[in-house]
Ligand binder design. Structure first.
Ligand SMILES: [Zn+2]
Length: 449
């Protein structure tokens, strides 16, 4: 299949005007000038997207698709209250509801041009949603307990889930990892057990780290609403906790989590120079979740310092439970504008840098850039087409600026994973959003009551 568009953005190289991408058997075969590829492949099926950008699909470096249904149910709350409100409603969802919620997340990801997710899941519903919808992903089985007596049981359950999910999914698209939830929900014994398990089995790891000020205060000083209200709600009020005197990053570092070979730390808002040095020395990747962090009042991650230190950084949405929508253009735009607003003309991030962060850098963060993240011959055909022809988009001198400053998820024309179209010209080819819409509305009413 030969895909044509006004702009082809390989991301790993300069963009091509009036370009084409040849896709066969799930892989990118070649790309170049439209005239050349049309001449060399006269019998190939052609799809022309017109004034649009063909580019690698977005990589959502942190999400929870199974939490999509919480959009609008827990809204306009600061982090700790939001976290408690989400947790306090989880019991209202049965297995079928978690499944619907995850499918809703997959539909919205596909609509937004996301071809790969790094998804933290407790129920496993996200894994199934990706398997069925055709998305690519790394799925991390979430693990937490502050009760030292339950560590062995929690780990045994996690291992059983990981084995079952691995057996039930297509390993060319889906990888299963493990996620210690975070510093305020994992006992040190649990951290050590996870570090051992991940090292032995070569599992990728994701951890929420240094997100809110409450988390920082809880870890360093031993007290904050997270240390009281949340622990009481979680049934851990009687578990001992002492101030550690160090930052969340340095606290987790001492339990061996960051020494593992494939770790993504999510948020990293409340970090200092020494923390960033730890992240660099341990080659820990960072998921920049600008909209979630701003909306829940968590603060803003020091992206310029990450860049100066040479960290691997991609972009995460953290699901509609926190950001309300999965719109990767909005994510790039807000993420860029917040940094410019704070930093002024010093360390001015460009739209092109953010497009790279949303694609190739996300793949690097997951150590999967040999497979995806850019348009290069030999890589898997995870490709999107984005319309640039609307009145609010033309003229387009610079496709990167147009993508970041003018587009939204409605402008995605096509989403392809492994050469298979999941969405094309308004039609979902692997999922059914209309059927999902009705079921989800009923569930939301139940959750509000
Ligand atoms: Zn999260």
């Amino acid at each position: 299949m030969l895909l044509l568009a006004r702009y082809v953005l390989p991301v790993s190289d300069v963009h091509i005007e009036d370009g084409a991408v040849l896709v066969r058997d799930g892989a990118i075969v070649s790309l170049g000038a439209r005239a050349d590829l049309l001449r060399d492949h006269p019998d190939e099926e052609v799809v022309d997207y017109g004034l649009a950008a063909l580019m690698p699909g977005f990589i959502d470096l942190h999400t929870h698709m199974e939490y999509s249904i919480f959009r609008g149910v827990v809204d306009d709350l600061p982090y700790t209250e939001w976290k408690m409100a989400v947790q306090g409603r989880e019991h209202l969802l049965d297995e079928a509801a978690w499944k619907d919620s995850a499918v809703l997340g997959a539909i919205e990801a596909i609509r937004s041009g996301i071809t790969m997710v790094a998804d933290v899941t407790d129920s496993g519903a996200s894994v199934q949603a990706a398997q069925d919808s055709g998305l690519r992903g790394v799925f991390y089985r979430e693990v937490s307990t502050m009760d030292t007596a339950s560590v062995d049981r929690v780990m045994a359950e996690a291992r059983a889930d990981i084995d079952a999910w691995t057996a039930a999914t297509d390993s060319t698209r889906i990888t299963i990892g493990i996620a210690p939830h975070g510093p305020y929900t994992c006992h040190p014994r649990l951290f050590k057990a996870i570090a051992e398990d991940a090292a032995v089995n070569g599992r990728p790891v994701s951890i929420h780290l240094a997100g809110s000020k409450d988390e920082y205060d809880f870890v360093k000083y031993g007290s904050s609403p997270l240390g009281q209200d949340f622990r009481t709600q979680s049934g851990w009020a009687d578990e001992p906790w002492m101030p550690t005197g160090v930052s969340p990053v340095r606290y987790v570092y001492q339990w061996g989590i960051l020494d593992l070979p494939n770790v993504t730390a999510v948020h990293c808002v409340h970090v200092d120079a020494e923390d960033i040095d730890v992240l660099k020395r341990t080659d820990t990747a960072v998921a920049y979740c600008a909209r979630c962090n701003a909306k829940l009042g968590m603060g803003t991650a020091p992206l310029g310092d990450f860049q100066t230190a040479g960290l691997r950084v991609g972009i995460g949405t953290d699901s509609p439970a926190s950001t309300s929508t999965i719109d990767f253009f909005e994510e790039m735009r807000v993420g860029l504008l917040i940094q410019r607003g704070i930093r002024g003309e010093q360390g001015f991030f460009t739209a092109e840098e953010f497009v790279r962060m949303a694609t190739l850098d996300g793949a690097r963060a997951l150590k999967m850039d040999h497979l995806v993240g850019s348009l290069e011959p030999g890589k898997r055909a995870d490709i999107i087409a984005v319309d640039l022809s609307k009145s609010y988009q033309v003229p387009t001198q610079n496709p990167y600026g147009a993508l970041v400053h003018t587009c939204n998820q409605e402008d995605v024309l096509m989403t392809m994973v492994e050469g298979r179209m999941l969405f094309d010209h308004g039609r979902f080819l692997t999922t059914d959003p209309e059927a999902m819409g009705e079921r989800v509305e009923q569930l939301r009413l139940t959750m509000r009551s």
